[in-house]
Design a protein around this ligand. Sequence first.
Ligand code: TYM
Length: 320
Amino acid sequence: MRILSGIQPSGVLHIGNYFGMMRPAIALQADGEALYFIADYHALTSVRDPDTLRENSRRIALDFLACGLDPERATVFRHSDVPQVTELAWILSTVAPMGLLERATSYKDKLARGMAATVGLFNYPVLMASDILIYDSDIVPVGKDQKQHIEITRDLAVKMNETFGEIFKLPEARIQAATETVPGIDGQKMSKSYGNNIDIFGDEKETRKRVMSVVTDSTPVEATKNPDKSTIFMLYSLVASQDEVADMRERFLEGGTGYADFKKGLFEKLWEYFAPMRKRREEILKDKSYIDDALAHGAKRANEIADQVMQRVRRAVGLR
Ligand code: TYM
């Protein structure tokens, strides 16, 4: 079984990325051949400064490794280490129906947020389909916001197979129900572009500040509160033990505790949860060649697979 996923280096990693994709992806390293990449070609649709893109890409690799990605077990690489994906994206775009891409919600969302309507942004799902299909991927661990992209990938694979014969496997999205959409401090989906993120490796003061500014309703201290409508409670459930979560639920329901106290409890658990990752991050930073070695090794393996699949594709469509 081959498992594949990607993450854009368009900012720093937040706990939505962690619980939605990174944690499940790290757990899947043991179940098959895992390939995880830093989607720098994709980030070109929003990052316009070359130094920032290079720094972000390295930092995402560092942070992912610090969170438990093991380069001995998983293949970790940069998207742009495998330029063949852009060739496959072109081939896929020749069968991709305009209407399919016009229905892509993430494109519409990005325009609504003020991004320029570039061809690259419109074509994003085709490049993403290529990222997945070029490795004969079976399983794609992602958050819910990527579900439509995996459906488009399957549609394009079917189109190619119908047109040119059986070339591609049909990949499946693996979405964890409990963490499919981690809320941000305003209760909306956590996202770097919404500015509602809590970062995995933010400094202590800033992280505390972000947690203390989680939006709540105006229920008075003594009144009973609804845990199931509370962002504090949802985030706490991700980082606390079952007993601790049950205890917080009870305290919500019995009243007498204010939101500020619950937020303090959330901050403490959150800070404790990521402590081993912060430690591992420091260790990796001391090892000057760790990240580059991991990426170089990953690039080699990713290219081996991509070359094989591209030979198959070129032959099938009549190139060479
Ligand atoms: P990106 O970089 O926006 O996010 C990386 C992963 O984190 C998940 N995620 C979340 N999950 C739950 N709750 C949230 N609040 C939350 N925010 C982010 C995303 O669902 C994603 O899994 N297009 C992709 C990158 C990509 C890719 C691929 C993924 C490019 N090629 C091929 C899989 C396969 C993206 O922009 O993810």
